[in-house]
Design a protein around this ligand. Structure first.
Ligand code: F3S
Length: 718
């Protein structure tokens, strides 16, 4: 009887956990700073590893987070946590499960109404801890009968339940508390999803011989499922992933049930189901091989018997022929039977599992016929054995007259046909290449064909699985967008016998990036001018990709002029020219400069700002010996304190403001040393001189314009 595998409908992520993961993944793309989760987002090592790869880390305390964003997981937290995070300026993504949130609201309400809040649950569970906080720390936790019995009688009692508790436990505790309470309010906050999952597990466990309960070893709800399953009498194994499965568990089993905890992602359950499917196939194959061996033995016996008979007959015939030759003319005709046997001996002998070359003689809609030269009949390739996965019609794959390799599936099926498979022959060949690539740690190219539960399928000569977390080097919201793409993959797992291959695009990108980085580091030299793409901008500079490796372009090296933030001169995605200022091949650090490839304003300074010229500038910096005046971006001149005013100036900022525009005179310059001396006093003096000269000139003009007549008139009037 073939092994039957039954999967619980509710296995895997519950609504609340799925929502928490989605919110976190969204935060990865939308939030700028670091992202932390308060405690592991789910109790599953593989999910937390996946999050780590996305750059999301679990912290134990709010105080461990300095900036960025904090995700509150589905279990929820006490209200004080929100306050602490807000005080520190940390953004919060509240992924508290809405069912838990409701229970928190009740905890607060009951406490405010004067009830003694009692929580039925595990005292060290995060959800319970959160509820206690919402009851202002005054809730009691009941884990077992004795806890309930110890509660003082005569109070108004308000009961809440940890969402993953068993209904029977709650009933038992309520029965103890009811007679003790003056007034009793019970909020049945067991999550329906949990209840259904537990009931389904119990039902499934009754129907099967072996139960596989999939989930983290530290997941409370998975442990509970394993306990429920064992209690129903099924041999139960709590496993974390397909890797934990052992073939001997199923030796005597006919039916296997699979369920998963609320924190178990789909891709892990799929891995378990795939492994079980392989287990089933292996068992079938083993049985088939057993049958095949028995048939072979039988056939061998028959053949040796036939051979014996034939030898005897041959000897008899030879004797007879001798006799005949003595008695008659040599008529050496053979009978029809003998001719057939001799003819049959010219046929090749095929075995199941052989790979032979044949010629396609016919291509139909459902099958193709192949002549494997030397075999007595033509072989048939059923449609499903034609190619490994994706095909529109058989003609697309093979044509009449074409020579192909085929795998012998069965020498004689129930209709006496030779059944062949092109698909399996191709897979064998592909597997050789894949194994070589795997052994030599090489990448392999394939085309993404379809989205399946938990990831993608790619064609690399056979079907290969890509887990969703390995589909790219970043989170891909729409896996469909990758279908049809040809790309290189790294083989991360393979079992040649089972033709099982698991690929990673992410690791291929990492490998390719590491190769490019090594190459870049080897080839980069100080002083080289190269192009790069701005990848990230921070307050202190920008990271520029210069061939697979990010070099740091410090803010001080961005421009000749003064800038407050790198975003004033750069934008993400922009391609810029930079000069390599330094390369550290050991640490892989590269420092870059941009101003070095831009025109240097000091080169033109001598010509543009000759001594004696009066120009305008902006006050940009004060020192105790003067102020620096920006004449143009990249050129600051010194206005010495003695050159600011004729009056005594104690500090430059007493008379000047930052950003103020002032008129100054160039009184000295040394562009080589990037120095220009400025004076405001001399501007004033020049102005005064000019005014005086203008005045004198106007006086002279006045005296030149006086006529003798004017003078006479003047005299006569007097
Ligand atoms: Fe929420 Fe129920 Fe899951 S309470 S976190 S949906 S188990």
């Amino acid at each position: 009887m073939p092994l039957e595998i039954l999967l619980a409908k509710s296995a895997g992520f519950c609504f609340g956990v799925k929502r928490a993961l989605t919110l976190t993944e969204r935060a990865v793309t939308s939030e700028k700073g670091p992202i932390g989760t308060l405690g592991p987002l789910v109790h599953n090592r593989m999910v937390t590893d996946y999050l780590k790869e996305l750059g999301v880390y679990a912290v134990n305390e709010v105080d461990e987070v300095q900036s960025g964003c904090l995700v509150i997981r589905a279990h929820g937290v006490p209200p004080g946590v929100f306050a602490r995070a807000r005080n520190k300026g940390i953004r919060i993504v509240d992924a508290t499960c809405p069912y838990v949130k409701k229970a928190q609201t009740w905890a607060k309400e009951l406490h405010d109404e004067g009830y003694q809040v009692v929580i039925i649950g595990e005292s060290d569970h995060a959800e319970v801890n959160g509820l206690i906080g919402w009851a202002e720390g005054e809730a009691l936790v009941v884990e077992k009968r004795e806890d309930a019995q110890n509660i003082a009688p005569g109070q108004d009692i308000g009961i809440l339940v940890q969402t993953t508790q068993k209904a029977s436990t709650v009933e038992e505790m309520v029965d103890i508390l009811e007679p003790k309470s003056a007034s009793l309010k019970v909020h049945h906050t067991i999550c329906k999803a949990t209840q259904e999952r537990q009931e389904e597990t119990a039902d499934l466990a009754k129907q099967v011989d072996v139960m596989l309960v999939v989930g983290g070893k530290n997941s409370a709800n998975t442990k509970r499922l394993a306990a429920i399953s064992s209690a129903e009498g099924a041999r139960s194994y709590h496993i974390e992933s397909a890797e934990d499965i052992k073939g001997e568990w199923f030796l005597e089993a006919n039916r296997v049930g699979v369920t998963g905890g609320a924190s178990t992602p789909e891709w892990i359950i799929k891995g378990v189901m795939d492994r079980m499917e392989e287990q089933r196939k292996d068992e079938e194959l083993a049985k088939k091989e057993e049958r095949h061996e028995e048939d072979q033995e039988k056939r061998c016996e028959e053949e040796s018997q036939e051979e014996k008979v034939s030898l005897e007959k041959q000897e008899e015939e030879e004797d007879k022929q001798e006799e005949d030759s003595e008695t008659a003319d040599s008529t050496e005709e053979m009978g029809m039977e003998d001719v057939e046997k001799a003819y049959e001996k010219t046929f090749i002998n095929l075995q199941e599992g052989d790979i032979v070359r044949g010629t396609v003689v016919q291509v139909g809609q459902d099958e193709a016929l192949v002549d494997v030269g030397g075999y007595k009949t033509e072989g048939v390739i059923p449609l499903q054995e034609l190619v490994n996965i994706w095909m529109n019609s058989p003609e697309e794959m093979i044509q009449k007259g074409e020579e192909i390799d085929v795998y012998v599936v069965s020498v004689e099926d129930q209709d006496g046909k030779l059944v062949l498979s092109k698909k399996q022959a191709d897979e064998e060949k592909a597997m050789e290449e894949i194994k070589k690539a795997y052994d030599e740690d090489e990448l392999i190219t394939g085309v993404v064909k379809e989205v399946v539960k938990g990831g993608l399928l790619a064609d690399i000569g056979l079907r290969a699985f890509i887990p969703a977390s390995h589909a790219a080097d970043r989170y891909v919201e729409d896996l469909e967008s990758l279908v049809g793409e040809e790309m290189a993959f790294k083989i991360i797992e393979m079992e040649p016998k089972k033709r099982r291959v698991v690929l990673s695009r992410r690791k291929a990108i990492e490998k390719e990036t590491a190769r490019r980085q090594k190459e870049t580091l080897e080839n980069l030299e100080e002083g080289q001018v190269i192009e790069g793409e701005v990848k990230r901008i921070t307050d202190f500079g920008a990271f520029v990709d210069v061939g697979g490796i990010d070099g740091l372009l410090h803010i001080s090296e961005m421009s000749w002029g003064r800038i407050k933030h790198p975003s004033e001169v750069l934008s993400i995605g922009e391609t810029i020219e930079v000069e390599v200022l330094g390369v550290n091949r050991e640490s892989g650090r590269i420092s870059l400069g941009r101003k070095q490839v831009l025109p240097n304003p000091w080169e033109e300074a001598a010509e543009n700002y000759p001594e004696g010229s009066i120009i305008e500038g902006k006050v940009v910096r004060f020192t105790n010996f003067g102020a620096f005046i920006e004449i143009e971006p990249g050129i600051d001149g010194l206005l010495h304190i003695s050159q600011i005013s004729n009056k005594r100036v104690a500090k430059p900022e007493d008379v000047l403001d930052l950003e103020q525009t002032v008129e100054v005179k160039v009184i000295s310059q040394n562009p080589k040393e990037k120095k220009i001396g400025l004076s405001m006093i001399e501007v004033e003096q020049d102005r005064a001189k000019e005014d005086y000269q203008r005045f004198i000139a106007s006086q002279n003009e006045d005296s030149e314009n006086v006529t003798i007549g004017d003078m006479m008139n003047k005299d006569s009037q007097e």
